[in-house]
Structures are given as structure tokens and as C-alpha cells.
Design a protein around this ligand. Structure first.
Ligand code: F0G
Length: 367
């Protein structure tokens, strides 16, 4: 499989021929079956987007947005971010030889994301305010060789739609439901674009060659796109409230957003699909993060776990038919936000053999 989404999907992206192939090897992320759905008679798969080069789904959209900005002659990119967009923008701008300016809400960006953004050499403006205020400021910036790479840039959504292409290839069909955490609402909108395009053209197991290899002839008939499910944190749930939230608050800092830029588009996508957007308490999100890490071996950041937390909650309420095939996007890697993880050593031991042996006995026996 080709690495990098521009190489893999160029024929399905509206990039001009002059756009360079900017890539860090993003895309082609694992789709892992989970055991968590078994007790409800449903099949859950996790699309592990934390496996992208900078540890989040943003890399798909950033590859395309930066390539497009480069083709248009921009010398700098700018974004507001809760941390993942800025990490990705900084990395892809470095790759493309461009300047990257990021506006970060003060004190609310997880440690791993701040480290990445600094490491890649982004020029950081710390905003005394929240994401929504930083986003409003960014909208003033564009033009004059500076390209906005937030998801208000349609190229971002074009890149991110490729995750839906991959899910269909990996499953061999469109899933019945697709669940995502919702913040600025670009990703759920992008997935809907991707699923609608896939459903309309059918798909082969080999769209990575974009129709040029012998297997590509075996296209499947058009299929129904999935029902889209979105989940927000209760303290930052403008879709559930039906209006912007002034002071959003949640432990899932990635989705601490009160005024989503893709509000209308996401609402349209969800309702066309027959889906819904729900809300979750922070404790439900953190419980799902822990379950994924300890029962499935997948460490994702809190915001990401909202997709699974929401599905488990709906499953417990009996909202899915038996056998339903559900894909949950795990949007970012757990190492992005190490500070939410609390725990202690199960035992202490001195360097003497006896002490170590006693400690081993204790922990093996469940201490
Ligand atoms: N999950 C993670 C880990 C995110 O970083 C984001 C958004 C989302 C979910 C929500 O996606 O905004 O498309 O609805 N992070 C943005 C950022 C806002 O700046 O990194 P969305």
C-alpha cells in the first residue's frame, strides 16, 4: 500500500498538478477489532488515528492543506489549535520549508502537544483566552502569502475524508455506524464527504492505485453510507445545546470548543446520515480511555475515547440492532496528554534479591 495520502489518493483529491507530494507517511492506520461490543451483540472496530506521524488524524488534512498552500505560493501557514492541529501544522510546514504560526489558548494545551509544536519550530502566540477566541483571531490573518490551515480550509477536510476511504477498504464494506469525537466539527464533516463519495462510486480493495491496477476493475456496487454518531464533552457541547457555549470546559482539552467552525456542515452531515450528536461526562470519557488502554491495549487521548464511550453508552441503552458494525475513530495518541494519567507503583522493593522476590510475588498475585 502506498504511504502518504497524497500518493495513495491523489486522483480523489482536488489538488492542482503543481502541488508537491508533502508527506510524513500519514494514513493507512490500523482498523482494530475490539472485544468491547461483544456483550451487546455488536462489532466495534477502532480506527487508530494516533498511529499517524504526529500522533493524530490531523496529519491527513495537513498534508493536503500544506501541499495546496505551497502550490499557491504561500510562505507561511497559520492556525488556532487545542494542540493537535498545531503539532501537525508545525511538522508539515517544516517538511515543506514553510513558516508556521500557531495561536494556542493559554494553559489548556496538553504537554505532549506543546512539546511537539515547539520542537518543530512553530512560532507560538499564546492567547489569553480559549480556542474559540484564538480561532476568531486567526480568521483575520489570511492572505498575503499566509494560508489558514484550520479545518475552515476545505483542503483539510479533503485530506481527512481519506480515513473513510480506508475504513471501507479495510472492512470490505461501509460500516453501519461511524462514531467520532466532535470539537470544531471538521472531522465528522470530512468523514461524511468521504463516505458519500465512496458509497456513490462503489469501491474496490485496491483504490490506493486509483484504478490503475487489475484488481481495481472489481469495484463493488454502491453502498449506503453509515449513520454518523458524534460525541461531545458535556461541558463543551454546543451541538447538544443547539447554540455556542461561552466558557467550554472539559478534561478532554482537544475538544474544549464552544463555537465550532463547521457547525452547519456537521449538523447537515449528521442529519442526512440519520445520526445524532450526544454528550458525555468527563468521567465517562476517562473510563473509556482506561478501558481501551487496559482491556484492548490501545492508549488514546481523552477526547478520542469519547467515540467509544458514546457507543458503549448507546449500546447499553439498546440503541443498536444486533450485529451492527460500528467504527470508532480514536483521533489522537495517549502520549499527547500524559498528565491525565494517574497511578502508582504496585509495590516497593530494595535492590536485595529477597525484597524483590517478595514484591514480585505480591504483584503477580494481584497486589
Ligand atoms: N480529537 C482530537 C484528539 C482532536 O485534537 C480534535 C480537534 C478532535 C477530536 C475534534 O475534531 O475539531 O474536527 O471536530 N482538535 C483541534 C486542534 C481543534 O486544534 O487540534 P474536530
Amino acid at each position: 500500500m502506498k504511504k502518504g495520502i497524497i500518493a495513495a489518493f491523489r486522483g480523489r483529491l482536488p489538488l492542482p498538478p503543481s502541488a508537491p507530494n508533502i508527506s510524513l507517511g500519514e494514513g493507512n492506520t490500523p482498523l482494530l477489532p475490539l472485544t468491547l461490543g461483544e456483550k451487546y451483540g455488536i462489532q466495534i472496530h477502532a480506527k487508530v488515528e494516533g498511529a499517524n506521524p504526529t500522533g493524530s488524524f490531523k496529519d491527513r488534512g495537513m498534508a493536503v492543506a500544506v501541499a495546496s498552500a505551497k502550490a499557491e505560493g504561500a510562505r507561511a501557514v497559520v492556525c488556532a489549535s487545542t494542540g493537535n492541529t498545531s503539532s501537525s501544522a508545525a511538522a508539515y510546514a517544516a517538511r515543506a520549508g514553510m513558516v508556521c504560526v500557531v495561536l494556542l489558548p493559554e494553559g489548556k494545551v496538553a504537554a505532549g502537544k506543546t512539546a511537539q509544536t515547539v520542537a518543530h519550530g512553530a512560532r507560538i502566540i499564546r492567547v489569553r483566552g480559549n480556542f474559540d477566541e484564538a480561532m476568531a483571531a486567526v480568521r483575520e490573518f489570511s492572505g498575503g502569502g499566509v494560508a489558514i490551515v484550520n479545518s475552515t480550509n476545505p483542503m483539510r477536510l479533503q485530506g481527512q475524508k481519506t480515513a473513510a476511504f480506508e475504513v471501507c477498504e479495510q472492512l470490505g464494506k461501509t460500516p453501519d455506524y461511524h462514531s467520532l469525537p466532535v470539537g470544531n466539527a471538521g472531522n465528522i464533516t470530512a468523514h461524511w464527504i468521504g463516505y458519500c463519495e465512496t458509497a456513490a462510486r462503489g469501491f474496490s480493495h485496491c483504490s490506493h492505485c486509483d484504478g490503475k491496477c487489475p484488481f481495481a476493475a472489481k469495484e463493488k456496487p454502491p453502498q449506503k453510507p453509515p449513520v454518523m454518531l458524534g460525541f461531545q464533552a458535556a461541558g463543551a457541547a454546543p451541538f447538544v445545546r443547539g447554540a455556542p457555549v461561552k466558557n467550554p470546559e472539559t478534561v478532554a482539552t482537544a475538544i474544549r470548543i464552544g463555537n465550532p467552525q463547521s457547525f452547519a456542515a456537521a449538523n447537515a452531515a449528521v442529519s442526512e446520515s440519520g445520526g445524532r450528536i450526544g454528550e458525555l461526562g468527563d468521567e465517562e470519557i476517562l473510563a473509556a480511555q482506561k478501558t481501551l488502554a487496559q482491556k484492548e491495549g490501545i492508549f488514546c487521548e481523552p477526547a478520542s475515547a469519547a467515540s467509544v464511550a458514546g457507543v458503549l453508552k448507546e449500546a447499553a441503552a439498546g440503541n443498536f440492532p444486533r450485529g451492527a458494525q460500528i467504527v470508532c475513530t480514536l483521533t489522537g495518541h495517549g502520549l499527547k496528554d500524559p498528565d491525565v494519567i494517574r497511578g502508582e507503583a504496585a509495590a516497593e522493593a530494595g535492590p536485595e534479591k529477597e525484597s524483590l522476590r517478595a514484591a514480585m510475588q505480591k504483584v503477580i498475585n494481584g497486589g
